[in-house]
Design a protein around this ligand. Structure first.
Ligand code: HEC
Length: 149
């Protein structure tokens, strides 16, 4: 009897060793909660997005990303979609082919982190008011990301 008990611990080798990330709101939120990923995303934002969205996301040619108003939805998966596919007719670049899916997820997480930050000189609101609560619709409250030590 006594030797069997240890076996249950051995299941699922490497189940946490994910290399590629599946697109989901939970995984985008997990990126947002990872300071190293957010530092990386901030650099990417400064390189590629500030020309149109402003240094702090306050809006220039493109909309303010820090306020309560959104043209294309306020869930992190909405951010993913608009960053991935762009809105070519309106001047938003489709970044998916340039950055790849994982980086687009990180950028969606970064956009979520800008919400409610209140930078100076905000652009006037565009779109529908949905509230500033970060990822209110999509965070999937119960789904706390597993943090890898
Ligand atoms: C060449 C200018 C330009 C660049 C560069 C750009 N955007 Fe945009 N972006 C826009 C415009 C214009 C819109 C509004 C599209 C519309 O009117 O439908 C937009 C919309 C968005 C939205 C949706 C906002 C809403 O209200 O729903 C997000 C999110 C976004 N951009 C993120 C990014 C990110 C992240 C980057 C960098 C990887 C980026 N954008 C780079 C011009 C740009």
């Amino acid at each position: 009897m006594k030797s069997r008990c240890a076996n249950w611990r051995r299941g699922k080798p490497n189940s946490r060793n994910r290399v590629s990330w599946k697109l989901s709101a939970e995984n985008i939120i997990a990126f947002k909660n990872d300071p190293a990923v957010m530092a990386e995303a901030k650099k990417e934002f400064e390189t590629r997005c500030v020309v149109c969205h402003g240094a702090l996301g306050e809006g220039l040619i493109g909309p303010n990303l820090t306020d309560e108003y959104w043209l294309h939805g306020a869930a992190v998966t909405d951010f993913y979609k608009v960053i991935d596919e762009g809105v070519p007719a309106k001047g938003m670049v489709p970044w998916g082919p340039v950055l790849g899916s994982e980086t687009v997820m990180k950028m969606a997480a970064y956009v979520d982190s800008l919400r409610g930050t209140n930078p100076p000189n905000p652009k006037e609101p565009q779109g529908e008011k949905v509230g500033t609560g970060p990822s209110a619709e999509a965070s999937g409250q119960g789904a706390a990301p597993e943090s890898e030590g």
